[in-house]
Design a protein around this ligand. Structure first.
Ligand code: NAD
Length: 269
């Protein structure tokens, strides 16, 4: 029996889930103790290693999280908002570190995570990469330094299967820009543009989403004024950066008290 802490992957057959499982199997820090999928998934009942083509692992993909949560110290969760809220309740009961990478969380989902946080270490971020979290800090600082004569636009591009827009990362960048300006994104966000929109509202923050092919994730924060333009850009070419960030967060979470955290806390930014 390994003395490495146990970790569960939810959404194990998803793009992020598969990436996470491969990294965990190659890691010296974690022991994979559960692979969870949704009820009805065609992956249920299969051996995770066989399904990935890496050989039999003895980890059967299941829709029952309870037995593996009882053996784990942490769960990494890139699924859907409803699923993540449900996993947060179970993670709180089992006193686990719950790393939530799922995006598209509405205020109700955040409130449900808040309710679980007194009993679990919940680390949630719309983007788990070091580069994007640095970009977020830079965005806040630049927005703080520039006056309202500089228009702020966030442009993002993702693969054709992404279901939410703007991306969680774009919203995180918009929130940082709003904070830099001493306001909130709720007050500054421009609804998506189509048709006769009228001129741009001064001080607003706009969003545009591109969807196509297999784009992993690209984000530009554009600061535009008369005669000049500043563009801060992050390009992700491999989703392993998010998985590595999530595992770093889980490791960091093992030493924390229950509560809600984000990647800025993990990275000390
Ligand atoms: P995906 O559709 O490939 O995978 C999601 C998986 O979750 C699917 O296999 C699905 O069956 C499973 N799932 C859904 N409901 C479930 C449930 N109740 N129980 C167990 N499994 C369930 O999507 P993906 O590209 O892997 O992304 C997943 C989520 O992570 C999305 O919200 C995406 O935007 C987000 N994401 C976040 C980051 C980040 O850094 N925070 C990075 C990439 C993706």
């Amino acid at each position: 029996m390994s003395d490495k802490p146990g970790i569960v992957v939810t959404g194990a057959s998803g793009r992020m889930g598969q990436t996470l499982v491969k990294l965990i199997l190659a890691s010296d820090h974690w022991q994979l103790v559960g692979c969870i999928e949704r009820a009805g998934s065609p992956w249920l009942g299969r051996d995770m290693g066989e399904a990935l083509g890496t050989g039999v692992l003895g980890q059967i993909i299941t829709d029952d999280p309870l037995p593996s949560f009882a053996r784990a110290r942490a769960v990494v969760d890139f699924t859907s908002p409803e699923a993540s809220v449900n996993f947060a309740k179970l993670a709180a009961q089992a006193r686990l570190v719950h790393v939530v990478g799922t995006t598209g969380l509405a205020p109700d989902h955040h409130r449900a995570l808040d309710l679980a946080a007194p009993h679990a270490v919940i680390i949630q971020a719309g983007n788990m990469s070091l580069g994007v979290n640095l970009l977020t800090r830079l965005t806040q600082k630049v927005a703080q330094a520039l006056d309202l004569d500089w228009d702020i636009e966030v442009v993002e591009a993702h693969h054709r299967l992404k279901v939410d827009a703007p991306s969680g990362t774009a919203l995180m960048l918009g929130e940082a820009a709003a904070q830099g300006r001493g306001t909130t994104l709720q007050d500054a966000k421009t609804p998506s543009r189509d048709g006769i929109t009228g001129a741009r509202t001064p001080g607003s923050i706009g969003f545009s989403a591109i969807r196509g092919g297999d784009i992993v994730g690209e984000h530009d924060v554009i600061f535009a004024t008369s005669g000049e333009r500043l563009v801060l850009r992050h390009i992700a070419t491999d989703r392993a950066i998010f998985a590595r960030g999530a595992l770093k967060a889980a490791q960091w979470g093992l030493a924390q008290k229950p509560g809600r955290y984000d990647m800025m806390d993990v990275l000390g930014l």
